[in-house]
Design a protein around this ligand. Structure first.
Ligand code: HEM
Ligand SMILES: *[C@@H]1O[C@H](CO)[C@@H](O)[C@H](O)[C@H]1NC(C)=O
Ligand SMILES: *[C@@H]1O[C@H](CO)[C@@H](O)[C@H](O)[C@H]1NC(C)=O
Ligand SMILES: *[C@@H]1O[C@H](CO)[C@@H](O)[C@H](O)[C@H]1NC(C)=O
Ligand SMILES: *[C@@H]1O[C@H](CO)[C@@H](O)[C@H](O)[C@H]1NC(C)=O
Length: 339
């Protein structure tokens, strides 16, 4: 049988439906009424173990939704026949707390097997992380299905670099119908969490190949960063993304106004005329920030691929394991070569 026929067989034998049905609040109110309580409870417990896990799982929404829509593709492990997104340029040695997502999924499978998608889990945990860190609450739309594949290349092509300037970020976000205001508000997610020295050494020692630091960094703050991230030091050492990394607040924007942004992609928002006024506004008015942030998260969550999907049993692998194993076996015999 050809691999096309195998694929056809796989598609017919599983519950795969076109995604793209309208998302709505309360999607699981009949099929898994406690879903949202269960998710929040797991996140609460994870944060007791490690506060940062809130930031780490919240970030997954951005990295999932930008690459072929919010379809849980970010959660798929690589297989011998698929290079997924976990090891892409932006994600390798950086995305973390996937085990918290596994815990959420296990708890949901115990309560209502085969019902809640991993893609929806990503959306719920992002909201819960913000709420439990002191940020705004909002109603999430649900009903997404999980992708059957993931793409390292698409992630490499799409995800922005920490070195990005405001112009390129504005252009990138506009491709997803996200406005300049959405860009600035969503960047406010860096109100919680940490980044690596690897992501900032260029701006400390060789901004844009000048051999000089980024002039937008406030000198005292730069001294601090130089000490944290010496030239040639360990790129995996981490620093706080704002001065209050456990609290979801507008401190991030106050820091940008004072030249104390961590990433180039943060500080650039205060150097560009199109984004600067939003930074100033959010630095003065936390309520405005929260409102714009919620709007941005909902728009980000609305991105869908329109491709067929399923409800994965394990967020790390697609359900059709017999086929996966078959392909692995064939590969072991040298009969087929993927990549
Ligand atoms: C505007 C473009 C963005 C860029 C260039 C960017 C880049 C980055 C980088 C480089 C890091 C640190 C990674 C590391 O050093 O290992 C980071 C961390 C983080 N990002 Fe973004 N990001 C952007 C937008 C967003 C958005 C829209 C969200 C969420 C909605 C988000 C959420 C986070 C969070 C929460 C962390 C901290 C994660 C942790 O502590 O584990 N980012 N981002
Ligand atoms: C911004 O970044 C883009 C892409 O790297 C680059 O082509 C452009 O010249 C940069 N713009 C400015 C003003 O530095
Ligand atoms: C952006 O909006 C346009 C016009 O409403 C629509 O055709 C397009 O599909 C949207 N793009 C994305 C990525 O949602
Ligand atoms: C800075 O970057 C430029 C361009 O990438 C490179 O040619 C130069 O050697 C670097 N300088 C230092 C001191 O690393
Ligand atoms: C960070 O740690 C990982 C895993 O231990 C290692 O492979 C990688 O090279 C390190 N990255 C940097 C920038 O030092």
């Amino acid at each position: 049988m050809s691999s096309t026929l195998f694929l056809l067989f796989l598609l017919l034998s599983l519950d795969i439906a076109a995604s793209g049905t309208p998302l709505r609040p309360g999607f699981y109110s009949k099929t898994c009424p406690d879903a949202e309580f269960i998710v929040r409870d797991v996140i609460k417990k994870a944060m007791v173990r490690e506060t940062r896990s809130a930031a780490s799982v919240m970030r997954l929404q951005f990295h999932d939704c930008l690459v072929n829509g919010c379809d849980g593709s970010i959660l798929l492990d690589d297989t011998p026949y698929m290079l997924g997104e976990k090891l892409s340029l932006s994600n390798i040695n950086s995305l973390r707390s996937f085990e918290v997502i596994d815990e959420v999924k296990d708890a949901l499978e115990d309560a209502c097997p085969g019902v809640v998608s991993c893609a929806d889990i990503v959306i719920m945990v992002a909201r819960d992380s913000v709420v439990l860190s002191g940020g705004p609450n909002w109603e999430v739309k649900l009903g997404r299905r999980d992708s059957l594949t993931a793409s390292q290349k698409d992630s490499d092509d799409i995800m922005p670099s920490p070195r990005a300037n405001a112009t390129s970020l504005i252009n990138l976000f506009s491709r997803f119908n996200l406005s300049v205001k959405d860009l600035v508000a969503l960047s406010g997610s860096h109100s919680i969490g940490k980044g690596r020295c690897f992501s900032i050494v260029h701006r400390l020692y060789n901004q844009s190949g000048t051999g000089r630091p980024d002039p937008a960094i406030e000198p005292e703050f730069r001294k601090k960063l130089d000490k944290l991230c010496p030239l040639g030091g360990d790129g995996n050492v981490t620093g706080n993304l704002d001065a209050t990394p456990k609290k979801f607040d507008n401190q991030y924007f106050k820091d940008l106004v004072n030249g104390r942004g961590f990433l180039n992609s943060d500080q650039t928002l205060f150097t560009h005329p199109k984004t600067r006024e939003y930074v100033r506004m959010f630095s003065r008015n936390q309520r405005e920030f929260f409102e714009a942030f919620v709007e941005g998260m909902i728009k980000l969550g609305d991105l869908q691929s329109g491709r067929p999907g399923e409800i994965r049993k394990n967020c790390r692998v697609i359900n059709g394991r017999p086929l996966g194993r078959l392909i692995d076996d064939l590969k072991d015999t040298g009969a087929v070569n993927y990549y």
